[in-house]
Design a protein around this ligand. Structure first.
Ligand code: ZN
Length: 380
């Protein structure tokens, strides 16, 4: 791209993202409280504002990236093809829990590094009681969690379910799951500003869950592990880059952050379906709105096309089927929604308008769970 043209493109990108950045600035300013009852509350709100600001910066960076890609079709085409190859083998492969636990500690150090300037030794400085498990208890929890993980890998993730390529890669470098004790989880939550019961680390075959999971209901633990192990399987297949071709065949790459997350919703949907197909009844659904949207999508386009799209990341066929059944432009409108509740309203509106009978969906146990959780969340 010639200098002048590039300059103009960057200017246009700044122009496109500018209002969003200004709006975020206003939001952050209003989030930082001038006075709160306690110092701890002030610290918490300020940390939250900083986390929100960082997240929104990522959203805006992604908006600029998408804008530039849209204006450089040859770049988008190459990115589309690269993503479609998936990952033959993660960069970092662990073969046992000891190795992976060193990675857990490295990840925590890295997360702490970014916030240590303001809060040296943050976990202890804030006065939180650390309940580190004894080595013996941690080893017991680890063994239990590994057993659950094997159930998912060996019996739930069949070749038919994952598809040939993902199955081969997944079997070649199976996931290593470590159960971390509360001290690790709390320190991580403090350093990153968010608490997660489970995390898959892209670029590796490592999954972290809380060691306390070993004592929870079987169905809930298995569902959580299936969720994280699905993220890993989809990473191997190219599923982490959600993309599709438009009517002219042009490559479209969905931003990784911002809007609502179809990858997360399908992950939770498939995890719940697997658990129920294997005789378990998990007590809760995570990402209720995202999961509801993906459930509706699955009813419209069918299980097989959605599952293929999930593992490969290529939603072109899902887009075609959805537009065929609910009207041209429906998929693009769905993907353009800025939140999962908006996406849910949109898809249900289209389903109703197309005369699809959705009344039986409510008696599906996963949807029933979503509806009841959404009702509770509303009154909070
Ligand atoms: Zn997830």
């Amino acid at each position: 791209m010639a200098g002048k043209t590039l300059e103009r493109t960057v200017e246009e990108a700044e122009h496109a993202a500018g209002p969003a950045i200004q709006e975020q600035g206003r939001r952050v300013a209003s989030l930082v409280p001038v006075r709160t009852p306690t110092e701890a509350q002030r610290l918490e709100s300020t940390t939250q504002a900083a986390v929100d600001a960082t997240r929104s910066l990522a959203v805006n960076t992604d908006a600029v990236r998408r804008f530039l890609l849209a204006r450089r079709p040859e770049r988008a085409e190459q990115a589309f093809i690269d993503a479609g190859r998936g990952v033959e083998r993660p960069e970092q492969v662990f073969t046992n829990a000891e190795e992976a636990r060193e990675h857990s500690n490295a990840v925590l150090d890295l997360a702490r590094g970014s916030s240590s300037a303001q809060t040296p030794g943050s976990a202890t400085a804030s006065g939180l009681a650390l309940r580190a498990l004894s080595d013996e208890h941690l080893a017991q929890a680890q063994e239990t969690i590994e057993g659950y993980s094997r159930t998912v890998s060996d019996t739930w993730f069949t070749g038919d379910f994952l598809g040939e390529t993902v199955y081969r890669r997944y079997s070649g470098t199976p996931p290593i799951v470590t159960g971390e004790d509360d001290s690790w989880l709390r320190a991580m939550a403090l350093a990153t500003g968010g608490y997660h019961p489970g995390t898959y680390y892209p670029g590796t075959n490592h999954i972290i869950v809380g060691a306390y999971e070993a004592n929870r209901e079987e169905g809930d633990v298995l569902k959580l592990l299936a969720h994280e192990q699905l993220h890993y399987a989809a990473y191997l297949g190219g599923g982490q880059t959600v993309r599709w071709r438009d009517d002219s065949g042009a490559a479209i790459l969905q931003p990784r952050v911002g809007g609502w997350n179809i990858h997360e919703g399908t992950t939770e949907l498939l995890a719940n379906e697997l658990a129920r197909a294997n005789g378990y009844s998990p007590s809760g659904v995570a990402y209720t709105y995202e999961t509801s949207v993906c459930f509706a999508l699955e009813q419209v386009v069918g299980q097989e096309p959605l599952r293929r799209a999930y593992f490969s990341g290529d939603f072109t066929e899902v887009r075609r089927l959805m537009d065929e059944r609910l009207g041209a432009g429906t998929f693009d409108a769905l993907m353009a929604c800025s939140s999962a509740p908006d996406a849910f309203s949109l898809i249900m509106g289209k389903v109703g308008a197309a005369g699809v009978d959705y009344h039986s969906w409510e008696s599906n146990p996963i949807m029933a769970q979503c509806y009841s959780q959404i009702a509770v969340e509303r009154f909070r």
